[in-house]
Design a protein around this ligand. Structure first.
Ligand code: SF4
Length: 250
């Protein structure tokens, strides 16, 4: 695990949002992208202090045995729930916990194992292809190198960041739909893309909280700051969050 520096980095949230035209009512897109007041460095630290206090060791919810099965599980989890992936991989990983064994299963049988997961045909193809590539080029090993991971079929930046964080203890910021939404609502970022939000989080999250930051934000978005209706009345950070339309207890 990378050692956290005690140095406090100054919060500096970028403004790239278009503004509404004078005299015209703002569109929904413009409203959503209006600059919010900046969070101070102290507020950012307090947000993560509270997340840490509530859940000191947050864990990803995907089940895996080793870096290879973690990689496969994350590839399968795109646009699917972790619970759904776990249901399929529990029996799969018992017989295929290495690239060689996965090739032994073969694409057709793999499809059967994962057919309850969305996009399973493409995912099966990718899992077989990435397993072959690991054997051919990387001695069957999943390397702790994000650039290398991103060359594997079906592996994008988010997947590579998750593997780097969970399997190799790197303080990466994997930005999924939850993290993108929550970071914007709270005021941690105004990035419109995962890459922009990742860059903001890498810059502003205090180092001592960087290892778990994306987990806290994912869990916060999944269970509390939900897409359709955030549950602000039971949120630990409503006094800091910049979201203007906070909800009350039903
Ligand atoms: S106060 Fe509401 S909008 Fe803000 S982080 Fe909490 S749940 Fe989300």
């Amino acid at each position: 695990m990378a050692k956290a520096s005690k140095t406090m980095r100054k919060a500096n949230i970028r403004s790239s949002a278009p503004k509404g035209k004078p005299g015209k009512p703002a569109t929904i897109a413009e409203k959503k992208s209006r600059p919010a007041a900046k969070l101070s460095a102290g507020e950012i630290r307090e947000i993560f202090r509270r997340f840490h206090a509530a859940n000191p060791e947050p864990k990803g919810e995907l089940e895996y045995i080793n870096p290879y099965t973690l990689l496969v599980a994350v590839v399968l989890s795109a646009q699917a729930t972790d619970a759904g992936v776990n249901k399929a991989t529990r029996s799969l990983f018992k017989i295929a916990d290495s690239p060689k064994k996965m090739l032994g299963v073969g694409e057709e049988k793999l499809r059967d194992y994962i057919k309850t997961i969305g996009l399973y045909r493409t995912k099966a193809k990718n899992v077989i292809a990435l397993s072959q590539k690991l054997i051919d080029q990387f001695d069957s090993k999943v390397l702790a190198d994000r650039d290398v991971l991103e060359t594997l079929p079906g592996v994008g930046r988010k997947t590579a960041n998750v593997v780097m964080n969970i399997a190799f203890g790197q303080p990466t910021m994997a930005v999924d739909t939850h993290v993108l939404r929550v970071a914007n609502r709270i005021g941690l970022s105004r990035g419109a893309t995962p890459l922009a939000v990742e860059a903001d989080l890498l810059r502003i999250v205090p180092p001592e909280y960087a290892m778990h930051a994306h987990h806290w934000l994912i869990l916060h978005g999944r269970y509390l700051c939900k897409a359709r209706k955030p549950e602000c009345w039971r949120c630990p950070i409503p006094d800091i969050c910049r979201f203007p339309d906070k909800t009350r207890a039903p």
